[in-house]
Design a protein around this ligand. Sequence first.
Ligand code: ZN
Length: 196
Amino acid sequence: MARIAHRIEPSRDQLRTVEGGQTLKYPVNLVAEEIRKEAQKRGIGGNTFIVRSGYRSVAQQEILWRRALEKYGSAAQARKYVAPPGNSAHHTGGAIDFDLGLSTCCSKELIPEYRKTKAYKFLQEVAPKYKLSPYDAEPWHWECDAACEQNILDLLENTGDGSAFSKISKTAKYAGLTLGFVVLGLGSFLLVKGFD
Ligand SMILES: [Zn+2]
């Protein structure tokens, strides 16, 4: 698990909207949705694991950066709160800022509080399965690099791990099986008719 090395913007057709209105690059959106579902089953619900910030263009980051410069007065200070344009993993669509269930998301002042949340502990537990990388300075910020994306695609293929990823492919298989029976049923009906 490693943080995203190449900060390249995805193409428009790679972006998917997730609950809450943010966008993430496919298939990273699937991991975010899956984590929210899995957490809800464990009673971690409400707004927890809504994506508070996903893909951000360099242009959007430019606006955030200028606001931070005004607010904090210098680049050195602003850098503590906002990544300069071109430097954020959010440009790739593979970085996720999760709502960890506190009233405010993504506030540096609340870092010790975020680390105590059930949501944060849950993320630490499931991150290896999804090959998500943490960012130690921001407990809400998680990244899905190329190996993590490949892992999601592998999970989608694999039916044996019990995750909703496998349910997606299982549903597809059952649909195929049902269609098979219908065809078979229709076939035998025609066959019986043919014998008549
Ligand atoms: Zn972030």
